[in-house]
Structure formats: C-alpha cells, structure tokens
Design a protein around this ligand. Structure first.
Ligand code: SF4
Ligand code: SF4
Length: 182
C-alpha cells in the first residue's frame, strides 16, 4: 500500500460515502479511531510484512476507497482479533477489514490465489484438492483417507453447486474471470 502523501490524497481519489458504507456494514465505531497505532503494534502479520492496520483504517477514514480496496495488503490480516481486543476505542477493527474485503471482491479485486481456490470449490466442492500427499497425511493421523464430504458423497456435489449458484457465489467468481480476460 502506498504511503499517505500529497499525491495519494487528491480530491478525485476521495469517496466521501465510503466510510459510511463501512459503518453501515457493521464497523460502527470506526470514526472514533484516534490513530494511536495500538492495532499495528500488536498485529502479528505486521511483524512479518509491510501491512499496517492503522494505515488501512486511516485511509478508509479519508475515503481512499480504491486505494484501500485494491491493495493486496488488505489480505494480509489473519483475522486473529488481537487488534479488536486491544483497541482503546473498542473499534471492531477485524470486522472493518472483513467488510472492506467483501467490498473489494464486489468491486472486482480478488487475489489470484483466492480466485483459484474459489474456482476449485465451484468445480469439486473443495477449495483444497485431496491429492495423494493429503491422503497419506490423513492416514498417518489415523483419520479416514477420504473425508466424509463430497469426496465420499459425490451426489452431494450437485447440491453444493446449487447453493453456490443461489448465493451468487458462482456469478461472483465467473464475473471475476471474465473481467480478468477483458
Ligand atoms: S487501535 Fe483503535 S484507535 Fe488505535 S489506531 Fe487502531 S483502530 Fe485506531
Ligand atoms: S486481526 Fe488482522 S489486523 Fe488485527 S491484529 Fe490480527 S492480523 Fe492484525
């Protein structure tokens, strides 16, 4: 994510309704953020990456919608909830990040790895394929090599597909694919 500077904050980049959308979706105390940085300091992901929780919140408050939603940093949060527990303003920081991720996907921003896993889910009912290595590990752990899912109940795959179609998940993924091809 780019630093906040004069180039970043231009009026044409500001969406004044953005933060209200985040609030309406459930992050109702986000406007009380005082930029103390506690969320960044306790964030385990931030210790290993350039991800800065406080910065995402700041940019969201500034209305830098595209900047926030298009940033791969938005996906570096592990949703561990530590920031939510420590925020002195009791802001649901993790919820705000999840809300913005949902918005990002709706706007067509999805990481290639997530798209790949989603496509796998559409095709097979599983995001992670059951390969020989996985089966071997399951055997070592003393659990059935084939899990009691669509792998054991192939007829249930049609039901899973129906759910994904009715919830518009299929449309979302296929939409992402066609946008990528354009
Ligand atoms: S801990 Fe809370 S108040 Fe402090 S910067 Fe993070 S979100 Fe804002
Ligand atoms: S929930 Fe996300 S942003 Fe908050 S501390 Fe954990 S990894 Fe960091």
């Amino acid at each position: 994510m780019a630093d906040i500077n004069r180039d970043t904050i231009r009026s044409e980049n500001v969406d004044i309704g953005f933060i209200q959308e985040v609030v309406d979706a459930g992050a109702n105390r986000i406007r009380t953020c005082m930029q103390c940085g506690t969320c960044s300091s306790v964030c385990p992901s931030g210790r290993r990456t350039a991800f800065r929780t406080r910065e995402i919140i700041r940019k969201a408050l500034l209305g830098l919608k595209d900047e926030v939603l298009s940033s791969p940093d938005l996906w570096l949060c592990t949703t561990c909830l530590t920031c939510l527990e420590r925020c002195p303003r009791q802001i649901k920081v993790t919820d705000a990040i999840i809300i913005m991720r949902n918005m990002a996907v709706d706007e067509g921003y999805m990481l290639p790895s997530h798209r790949k896993a989603s496509k796998k889910l559409l095709e097979t009912g599983h995001a992670v394929p059951l390969d020989e290595a996985n089966q071997e590990m399951r055997k070592e752990l003393g659990i059935p090599e084939i899990p009691p899912t669509v792998h054991q109940h192939e007829d249930a795959l049609e039901d899973v597909k129906k759910i994904m179609k009715r919830t518009d998940f299929q449309k979302l993924i296929e939409g992402q694919e066609s946008e990528e091809k354009e």
